[in-house]
Design a protein around this ligand. Structure first.
Ligand code: SF4
Length: 411
């Protein structure tokens, strides 16, 4: 890994034991060592210098594989390639299966589409009363504000529109989106997403938040953003000062691997938390990225150290060209089993499948209720020990002595 002279802290070790996974280290400047600090820490400089072509990528990553080279040539026709220098520095050039690399460097496998894969797996377009606004659940809407992100994730569920590489022609009309919310009193919760809303200037974001806050029935606004992870330089004190005017305002970040939680990211998240913004994290379960109990446990524990509550683990949507990144649901359940009871409850997210076609999020969990009738509930704990608990339908327990029972009694 490239080292940084900015900090005395140790760079990332490439090992996967819990202590190295939970170690905080700076991303550092890596091959951009000659760039002045003022530029490096400037989010606009980071955006302008994204790695977005094979020509830029090859000299920076001499270990590029033929599948990645082919993928990078084909990128920008499906979902653009774009990697901020900050995030690029987290790639381990010596590891073809580096979990960071797999998320942002295209591979040839993206051109394979399985029959069950889709361009809009969550059926967002068919649940849009006006362009750019998804109203799928009764009391909340998804407000898509832009098709741009700081970097592009190869498994993005919105790759049909994000980066505009496939000609979706996304042009949201804020006035139409806001007007729909104004005339729909059932909407009490608005999630700003995209693309990434934090790519907007402070002024543009402030305008949008002011308009939403002026709607009396909007109780709660959320922002979904991967910018604290891809571009922590964007989380300026000025941005945080502006955001704090709009409470209750929540922010969901998107981080998949403990290595993404650098010292720069931790500090950026600290600034948001200091502004009173509750932080949650959404993780996508990805093959060879985080489909491992120890990696996931280190990740959720490290998120808590960054003042972020792990919120969801998503089963990877059936997005076209993502089969090489998808894991089985069985694996996801095993990971949940490895978290519940084995670490703090605050660290345990909900594992969900977004039901194909627009069915919404469905929680998927290991079985802890083994049987249930009018008299008792038989439950299993995280160690596999079995207990019975009296059912109390009308406040009168029909079963008077709760006890641990031997598994054979289950038969
Ligand atoms: S940051 Fe979010 S919207 Fe942007 S490419 Fe990644 S998953 Fe898609």
């Amino acid at each position: 890994m490239w080292n940084s002279e900015e900090s005395a802290e140790e760079p990332f070790a490439s090992g996967s034991d819990a202590s190295s996974l939970k170690h905080f280290a700076p991303a550092g400047k890596g091959p951009w060592e000659a760039v002045p600090d003022a530029d490096w820490h400037n989010w606009k400089w980071q955006l302008k210098h994204r790695v977005s072509s094979l020509k830029q990528l090859e000299p920076l990553l001499p270990t590029l594989t033929s599948a990645e080279r082919a993928g990078a040539i084909l990128a920008n026709t499906k979902l653009a390639m774009g990697i901020t220098p900050h995030f690029f520095n987290l790639i381990d050039p010596g590891d073809e299966d580096c979990p960071i690399r797999r998320q942002v460097i295209p591979r040839l496998e993206e051109t394979d589409t399985a029959p069950w894969e889709m361009s809009d797996p969550c059926g967002e377009d068919s649940h849009s009363p006006v362009p750019g606004l998804v109203h799928r659940y009764p009391d909340r809407v998804l407000f898509l504000v832009t098709d741009r992100c700081a970097a592009y994730c190869r498994y993005c569920t919105r790759s049909r529109l994000v980066s505009n590489a496939s000609g979706y022609d996304f042009h949201p009309h804020f006035e139409d989106q806001i007007a729909y919310i104004e005339r729909t009193p059932a909407v009490r919760d608005v999630l700003l997403s995209g693309g990434d809303p934090l790519l907007f200037s402070d002024e543009k974001l402030e305008y949008l938040l002011t308009r939403l806050r002026a709607i009396p029935h909007v109780e709660f606004v959320r922002i979904g953003s991967r910018i604290p992870v891809f571009l922590p330089q964007r989380i300026t004190p000025e941005l945080c000062e502006m955001l704090r005017q709009f409470h209750p305002l929540f922010l969901s970040i998107h981080s998949n691997h403990p290595r993404e939680l650098t010292t720069e990211v931790r500090d950026a998240l600290g600034r948001l938390a200091d502004a009173g913004i509750p932080l949650g994290n959404q993780t996508v379960l990805l093959r060879h990225v985080n489909d491992d109990v120890e990696v996931m446990k280190a990740h959720v524990q490290k998120l808590l150290m960054c003042r972020v509550r792990p919120y969801y683990i998503y089963q990877c949507d059936l997005i076209a060209g993502s089969a090489h990144l998808r894991t089985s649901v069985r694996r996801g359940i095993e990971i949940m089993q490895g978290l519940r009871g084995h670490t703090s409850g605050y660290a345990v997210p909900t594992y969900v499948i977004d039901a194909p076609g627009g069915g919404g999020k469905v929680p998927v969990s290991p079985e802890y209720v083994l049987s249930r009738n009018n008299e008792r509930v038989v439950i299993r704990n995280y160690e596999g020990r079995v207990f019975e608990y009296p059912e109390a339908e009308d406040g009168t327990p029909l079963f008077d002595r709760p006890r641990e029972i031997e598994a054979p009694e289950l038969a």
